[in-house]
Design a protein around this ligand. Structure first.
Ligand code: ADP
Ligand code: MG
Length: 159
């Protein structure tokens, strides 16, 4: 098994495709940060942990409560905007942040796969599945064998 997979990069602006309306904003990584995922070509939903760097342009601008290692769900898919030739990773952190964090460094540890990508005919169906994904992720992460990953050396637990 290829897990854990480490991803890191600066959070990019996406197309604002309603992630926030669905109650599920997803932070986008730049293309080159996704290379480590090429060992698993399966598109779909993954889970793990992620952390946002508190600083941006040399200044500490992230609330203290927002600086921890958070459980996350990640969607990996072929981006229709790039004629499906480009793989995109979008990460939803399960935490209520005080502010956006575009331009901040994000580190993620991908620990497992939840399900393949699905096509949705209704918004309700999509929202329901996202809620299920979050529950599955939290349940998996609660297993004893995963405890150590929350304090993995890639994360900064001193801040
Ligand atoms: P975009 O298309 O720009 O990615 P989204 O609606 O998906 O727009 O919102 C993502 C942005 O929301 C992130 O880049 C980040 O700055 C902010 N954000 C706030 N809370 C979260 C969260 N819990 N998980 C992910 N991103 C969040
Ligand atoms: Mg997004």
């Amino acid at each position: 098994l290829p897990f854990p997979i480490v991803l890191s990069g600066t959070v990019q602006y996406g197309f604002g495709r309603g992630g926030k309306d669905l109650g599920c904003p997803t932070a986008n990584l730049p293309d080159e940060s996704i290379t480590p995922m090429s060992s698993v070509t399966q598109t779909g939903v993954y889970y793990g942990y992620a952390q946002i760097s508190p600083e941006k342009n040399g200044q500490f601008v992230l609330s203290e409560k927002d600086r921890g290692v958070m459980p996350m769900v990640m969607s990996l898919g072929w981006n229709p905007f790039y004629k499906n030739e480009r793989l995109t990773a979008e990460i939803h952190l399960m935490h209520d942040f005080d502010s956006d964090f575009y331009g901040h460094e994000m580190k993620a540890l991908v620990l497992g796969y939840i399900r393949p990508e699905l096509d949705y005919t209704s918004r309700e169906g999509l929202v329901e599945d996202i809620e299920t994904d979050k529950r599955v992720a939290l349940k998996s992460l609660a297993r004893l064998a995963y405890e150590k990953f929350k304090s993995d050396p890639i994360f900064d637990t001193t801040q």
